[in-house]
Design a protein around this ligand. Structure first.
Ligand code: KIV
Length: 274
């Protein structure tokens, strides 16, 4: 007789059913304990984002993140969670070169790490073909358009997209192309609120906003930003709700005092040792 777990993980079907009914809460996670806390809190989707390059490894951009890093952190997040849908972010140059290598690399995230889906940045025609090939291979894909940090040099920095009519029309076309290619969800990063609203009403897949106003089907933020545990300043759309850095520093300082205090008292009264 098999014992079934009471807690069921989200699936593509349960997530799709949330469109227009209930907003999707998504956060990044990179380790087992954080994943367990976010999962217990009811977060629907955990993204093992390549933002781990910034907040865990201290890189200036996401470009140095490797597939091995994403696979290892994704496996930890899967081990820590029971209910959330886990998405692995494909790093720079692991999906842009060919659909075949994208399938192989995305396959590692599912087969080795246990992710349920992958995320890819961009929506140019070859990328949409790759999204089609990935979904045909049985790998669910979350798209990501607007501000795409892996193209920071090509875009000339981090700024809001869709402010001009031509830019807004291009991003709307990209969203529709990703939807036709089979993406189950699309992250809209730093696009204008009016564009995010328009895209959300025109595509049937889920839209997940970040820095785009609270008008999408769901929201995503980098967990370290809202915990006050990022190396730099959190962006203004992800203000810290807590100061975890201060708490860790104060706890460590108290520990240092404890350790040094004991040593001091041992030195002062060696009879304690006898
Ligand atoms: O890498 C990441 O964390 C992301 C989200 C911010 C969408 O791509």
């Amino acid at each position: 007789m098999s014992i079934q777990s009471e807690t069921k993980r989200h699936t593509l079907r349960s997530l799709a059913a949330m469109k227009s009914k209930e907003r999707v809460a998504m956060l990044t996670a990179y380790d087992v304990v954080t994943a367990a806390c976010l999962d217990a809190a009811g977060v629907d989707i955990l993204l093992v984002g390549d933002s781990l390059g910034n907040v865990i490894y201290g890189f200036e951009s996401t470009l140095p993140v490797t597939l091995d890093m994403i696979v290892a952190h994704t496996a930890a997040v899967v081990r820590g969670s029971k209910r959330a849908f886990v998405v692995a972010d494909l790093p720079f140059l692991t999906f842009q070169i060919s659909a075949e290598s994208a399938i192989r690399n995305a396959g590692r995230c599912l087969a080795e790490a246990g992710a349920q889906a992958v995320k890819v940045e961009g929506a140019y025609p070859e990328m949409c073909e790759t999204v089609r090939r990935l979904t045909q291979a049985g790998i669910p894909v979350m798209g990501h358009i607007g501000l795409t940090p892996q193209s920071v040099h090509q875009m000339g920095g981090y700024y809001t997209h869709g402010k001009t009519l031509s830019s807004a029309e291009k991003i709307l076309r990209e969203a529709k192309a990703l939807e036709s290619a089979g993406a189950f969800a699309i992250v809209l990063e730093c696009v204008t609120e009016s564009l995010a609203r328009e895209i959300s009403s025109q595509v049937s897949c889920l839209t997940i906003g970040i820095g785009s106003g609270a008008v999408c089907d769901g929201e995503v933020l980098v967990v370290n930003d809202i915990l006050g545990f990022s190396p730099g300043k959190s962006p203004k759309f992800a203000l810290p709700r807590f100061n975890l850095k201060e708490m860790v520093r104060d706890t460590a300082a108290a520990y240092v005092q404890e350790v040094k205090g004991v040593k001091d008292s041992l030195q002062k009264s060696p009879e304690i040792l006898s």
